[in-house]
Write a protein that binds this ligand. Structure first.
Ligand SMILES: Cc1ncc(COP(=O)(O)O)c(C=O)c1O
Length: 438
């Protein structure tokens, strides 16, 4: 699934999503514009829910908010019965302010600060995924000082490699995430937690990486999690009643990418969990999965307008658009690839062009060799699969205004986020003579 499920062209060749014309939206809201298709978001949520309900009813699907977070999205996630994973005080704040039930929030992160941990405890989050020794110490101190208890999972690093970009691997030995099983650090952490008043260790968490198409590493991950759990049961008497193999299922960015199956993922981790629990001789633990990209990625389309076009004979044709790395840093950050199509017409010969952004970096290129109906200045370019990790990593580089974001459904449009205004660029600046409020 490269485009949202509702994407279609009308007789004049104009692209529409959710029954709403993209050129019309571009007129109304300007470009760059991010358009989310509600039906696709709900369909992805339901695909996960139904696959896990079928293969492992004692499961929980947790949306990884780092992929993209906004109040109107949070409402859909809640409505579809998913839980929510946050990785910072900021994400927690947005989630709680949006009315998401705190007991359905999991707090992640590889360097949670004392303030963040305090905020998570005060908010009453469902659980904290402990990443390191420092967090055990800080949490222990906070619980000793203020009383109370918190449910926790321990993030293990199983040292398992996957086929994804190095920057998206999280479960290899050389990683800042989690505690290695291999070195004995994970076991030391379990021992420390078992001696820390107030932390209730419910089980273990593993995350291998992101944009992963293979399912086998997940089986290996669950196996190593149970092996570790068995050792911990024998040493410290701790029996897990929750386990998580994380998230990370890949999505199609190009039509040649595989179409990863949520169904295969669910079946594989369910079978591995059942087998692990049986080997260990324990009741089936709750199985928690944390998809981000595959929930929101396919639902989003970025729409840009073409400005300048530059031909370098024998080299390439640069087609420059009015956005780029400030709204989507993925291509320069980790060589992410995309396909594109013109949104305002579907005629003319195809050409190979480079879609470049407008920001002051040579690396600000969205797609290096895109096949498009020869774009001209004024054309609209739509890039599918832009729903995850684009706006979430957006910046004000070159004092860019972050784009407007809209949600479409059955011919209706709602604004999720307005475009930034020039005055937003100065909102945090302290003018000479002013006293800062914080
Ligand atoms: C702990 C954890 N869970 C879930 C996710 C979501 O992964 P994805 O968006 O690839 O599904 C991530 C992403 O890196 C993560 O680090």
């Amino acid at each position: 699934m490269l485009w949202p499920v509702t994407a279609e062209r009308d007789d004049a060749g104009r692209l529409a999503v959710g029954g709403v014309s993209l050129p019309g939206l571009a007129e109304q809201f300007g470009t760059p514009l991010y358009v989310y298709d509600e039906q696709t978001i709900r369909q992805q949520c339901r695909a996960y829910k139904s696959a896990f309900d079928q293969h492992y009813p004692h499961s929980r699907v947790v949306y990884a908010g780092k992929a993209f977070l906004a109040p109107s999205l949070i409402r859909i996630i809640q409505d579809e019965g998913l839980s929510l994973d946050v990785v910072s005080a900021g994400e927690l704040y947005v989630a709680v302010k949006s009315g998401f039930p705190p007991e359905r929030i999991t707090f992640h992160g590889n360097n949670k600060s004392p303030d963040e941990l305090r905020m998570a405890l005060e908010a009453g989050v469902g659980e904290i995924v402990i990443d390191n020794f420092y967090e055990i110490e800080v949490l222990g101190g906070l619980l000793a000082a203020h009383g109370g208890r918190v449910d926790a999972l321990l993030r293990l690093n199983p040292g398992i490699d996957t086929h994804t970009h190095d920057y998206r691997k999280t479960g290899i030995v050389d990683s800042k995430f989690g505690l290695l099983i291999e070195t004995g650090d994970a076991a030391k952490a379990v021992e420390l937690i078992s001696k820390t008043e107030g932390i209730q260790l419910r089980g273990y968490h593993i995350h291998l990486g992101s944009q992963i198409f293979e399912i086998e590493p997940y089986q290996a991950a669950v196996e190593s999690l149970f092996e570790f759990a068995t050792e911990m049961r024998d040493r410290f008497g701790i029996v897990p009643d929750q386990i998580s193999p994380g998230g990370g299922l890949g999505i199609q960015y190009e039509s040649t990418d595989p179409d990863a199956s949520v169904e295969d993922f669910a079946r594989t981790v369910a079978e591995a969990t059942r087998a692990g629990a049986e080997r260990m001789g324990i009741d089936l633990p709750e199985l928690i999965v944390e998809p981000g990209r595959s929930i929101i990625g396919p639902a989003g389309v970025a729409v840009y307008r073409v400005g300048s076009i530059k031909d370098i004979p024998g080299v390439r044709r640069y087609v420059c658009v009015d956005g780029g790395m400030a709204d989507n840093i993925r291509p320069p950050l980790y060589d992410a690839v995309y396909e594109a199509a013109l949104a305002n017409r579907d005629d003319g010969d195809e050409a190979t062009v480079t879609i470049a952004g407008k920001y002051c970096e040579s690396g600000d290129v969205l797609i290096r060799d895109a096949r498009l109906r020869s774009p001209e200045s004024g054309d609209l370019i739509a890039i599918p699969a832009s729903g995850a990790y684009c706006l979430a990593m957006a910046s004000n580089y070159n004092m860019a205004l972050r784009p407007a974001v809209v949600m479409v459904r059955d011919g209706e449009t709602t604004v999720m986020q307005r475009r930034e205004r020039f005055e937003d660029l100065l909102a945090r600046d302290v003018m000479v003579g002013q006293v800062p409020s914080h």
